[in-house]
Design a protein around this ligand. Sequence first.
Ligand code: GSH
Length: 220
Amino acid sequence: MKLYSLPLSPYAARVRAAIYAKNLAVEIISPPSDWRTSPEFRKLNPLVRIPVLVLDDGTAVAESGVIVEYLEDAHPEPSLRPRSPKDLARVRFITLVGEHYVSTAIMPLFGLFDGKNRDEAAISAQLAKLDGALKQLNDLLQPGDYAHGSRLTTADVWLAPLRYTLEGLMSFSGRTELLDRYDAVRTYSDVVHRDPHLDRIWREMEDGLKAFMASRATAS
Ligand SMILES: N[C@@H](CCC(=O)N[C@@H](CS)C(=O)NCC(=O)O)C(=O)O
């Protein structure tokens, strides 16, 4: 199997965390430089997004959440799913809150803070959305624990890159107080650093950010 991945992409990092935790033999590769316009890449993923997992028979699996679930189904051990259906529903719920609410509130902020003529009203409105989503996520987490109990699950492979992205947003925007009221989300980075697989993707994302900032500095 091979995974088209980018170091800084939280979606690709999610899949890499699952691959590392499950100790799978997957070749992690960068997409070709023309991936956004390449007809071959579009054939692999009509959404033209990273990550994409390509199986040994050439089948492509796209969308980070779908890829993680595929890896669980195809390679069940070691499992990142709790056994009880009730616990699994909880893990999926926490994952979904991270994906549908927190992540969708974060992503536009990078563009809004980056603009030369900042739209302060739009920034405030988006920050209010993020604040609401962070409160919801925070209420679902226990400070110091994995997303659900004391072991790594499919929820954590998503929450770890999401938490890194929040770190990036705080430093990029200078709004370092963003998580002050959300202790469980704030201290989730300690959980990440205690887990070798989550810590590994955090460091890979840090390296990805350094490379991105260096390429921006060269371009400007
Ligand atoms: N919902 C998708 C999101 C993937 C995504 O948006 N990836 C970004 C990279 S971080 C991308 O490919 N964006 C398109 C682009 O950069 O042109 C997933 O979970 O895989």
